[in-house]
Ligand binder design. Structure first.
Ligand SMILES: Cc1cc2nc3c(=O)[nH]c(=O)nc-3n(C[C@H](O)[C@H](O)[C@H](O)COP(=O)(O)OP(=O)(O)OC[C@H]3O[C@@H](n4cnc5c(N)ncnc54)[C@H](O)[C@@H]3O)c2cc1C
Length: 494
């Protein structure tokens, strides 16, 4: 403690008010713990302010404009004009409603809110600096601490985010005019979601990806309809390339990309990038654009916390390793959310936050990642949960697999979106659902049924015997289960 400082004390100090931290704080408050939540910027963290919510707001709004302008077949003739600054104002309103809701919920659950940046002074003390000049700092002594400081966008060499035409996802979500042209570096889910937004708003979008396909980490049959649709939107792809530099031109910028194998760090990627498209990448590529969006991944925010003062260890990538109770190597210090490792998803952090609070309160909680869903809000959407077929087989399961194409769904056809399918992977002997992958309309919502099925230990029979309302997209889940059992009604059973 600094001489002259009066330290306040708390049972639980939560550092960071994103979906991991604020959920942990609220749960701790519900459990009658004395809890202090410190946040340096805005309640709701990346998710509410610069991530999940703003991106989904713009995906919805740009999708609406695109749908309205492309519904000739349904007899709708419209040419919607887009006012991006009004769209961004609307998005900001949604964000404000949610972030002020978080603040109110924290207060209602007895959470002490503290604005400032926290660092560890020792294993039971944190120093909170209140920012601006003359605003001072204070010490907080804690019995337990929960680190929930999240992640930030990774920068690549020569593409600094303070250089105006270079954007990270946060900056891209705050633009107030639609760029004529945009190069997106990285075809992961953030790059693909934002490429879709801008393409629908009328931007010429080109995507550069080091690997051989979009959405690395997702199975090829899930990624395929997404790439097909993106190409229909006019998005151009260059696989097997790594952006190396950019410079100003008279009327914009020129982005230079090297074949991934030749670029710095490309050798690791080129091992995976074995497709023909990647192998074709031999000459440098030059792309003219108004702006460039770099979306190559996110890194944990752990290096500004003086973790070593508290004895908390990180791994070589800066993540804080934890056990299934969210404990770090220091018994009374916990880590949750993006800073605690993959998958970097809001709901994973929230779940870890609840568990950390319950463990601190003495409850026998633990984290179970078995039914962890993931959703990608591209067109079509992707929703996954549990094991893929190959993961299940690698683990020694004999699998029963059922598939149902949205082309055979009456409801999908009436929405005008019938690309994609539902796939269910089950244990062939006992019929337990092990995992599911959906690509298609509302996949992000539909996947919840299969998450619940896994959580409850449901079988294919259970899902097939559940009466689903007609006509709904959810019937496709029932049909996929019936298909795995060999008695689907609306597809041929093989
Ligand atoms: C464009 C985009 C779209 C996304 N879409 C989705 C999606 O659809 N679904 C999904 O599940 N996930 C999505 N994510 C990921 C999601 O935003 C993160 O997984 C989630 O926000 C992580 O939550 P967190 O609480 O761990 O960290 P964060 O939300 O990053 O919050 C951490 C908080 O800690 C604060 N902080 C950091 N250091 C300190 C300190 N020393 N003292 C005090 N405060 C500190 C930060 O200011 C921040 O508010 C998206 C991310 C992006 C960028």
């Amino acid at each position: 403690m600094v001489v002259g400082d009066i330290a306040t004390g708390t049972d639980v100090l939560v550092i960071g008010a994103g979906p991991a931290g604020y959920v942990a704080a609220i749960r701790a408050g519900q459990l009658d713990l004395d809890v202090t939540l410190v946040e340096k910027e805005a309640y709701g963290g990346t998710c509410l302010n610069h991530g999940c919510i703003p991106s989904k707001a713009l995906i919805t709004a740009s999708g609406l404009a695109h749908e309205a302008g492309n519904a000739e077949e349904m007899g709708i003739h419209a040419d919607p004009a887009v006012d991006l600054s009004q769209m961004v104002n609307w998005k900001d309103g949604v964000v404000d409603q949610l972030t002020s809701g978080v603040e109110k919920l924290c207060k209602a659950n007895g959470v002490n809110l503290l604005e400032g940046t926290a660092r560890f002074a020792d294993e039971n003390t944190a120093r909170i600096s209140h920012g601006g000049e003359g605003q001072g700092s204070e010490s907080v002594e804690f019995e337990h601490a929960i680190v929930a400081t999240g992640s930030s966008p990774i920068e690549i060499p020569n593409f600094a985010y303070e250089d105006e035409p270079v954007l990270n996802s946060r900056q891209a979500l705050a633009l107030d005019s639609v760029p004529d042209s945009l190069v997106v570096v990285g075809a992961g889910y953030i790059g693909m979601e934002l490429a879709g937004v801008f393409a629908k708003l009328g931007t010429d979008v080109t995507v550069i990806e080091m690997l051989e396909d979009v959405l690395p980490g997702y199975e090829a049959d899930l990624a395929r309809p997404v790439k097909k649709h993106a190409k229909e939107l006019g998005i151009e792809f260059h696989f097997g390339y790594s952006a190396s530099e950019w410079h100003e031109e008279d009327d914009g910028i020129r982005v230079v990309a090297e074949p991934a194998a030749a670029a710095d760090g490309g050798s690791e990627a080129s091992g995976d990038a074995a497709s023909t498209e990647a192998e074709l990448a031999e000459e440098p590529l030059e792309l003219d654009a108004e702006k460039v969006l770099v979306a190559v991944g996110r890194a944990p925010v752990s290096d500004t916390l003086d973790l070593e003062s508290a004895g908390v260890e990180t791994d070589e990538r800066g993540f804080i390793p934890t056990d299934d109770r969210a404990r770090t190597n220091v018994e009374h210090i916990f880590a949750i959310g993006d800073v605690a490792g993959e998958p970097m998803l809001a709901h994973k952090g929230s779940m870890e936050g609840q568990v950390a609070a319950e463990v601190i309160a003495g409850e026998p909680s633990a984290i179970d990642y078995q039914a962890m869903p993931a959703a990608v809000f591209t067109e079509p959407e992707i929703g996954t949960v549990g094991l893929t077929q190959s993961e299940a087989e690698e683990m020694g399961f004999e699998t029963a697999v059922g598939k149902f194409p949205f082309q055979a769904s009456g409801r999908a056809l009436t929405t005008g979106h019938s690309d994609g399918f539902v796939k269910i992977v089950a244990d062939a002997d006992a019929g337990f659902i092990l995992g599911a992958q959906i690509v298609g309309p509302e996949a992000s919502e539909l996947i919840a049924e299969l998450g619940l099925a896994i959580e409850l230990g449901a079988t294919l029979e259970d899902v097939a015997a559940t009466i689903h309302a007609h006509p709904t997209l959810a019937e496709s889940v029932m049909e996929a289960a019936e298909n795995a059992l060999g008695h689907a009604i609306h597809t041929l059973n093989r």
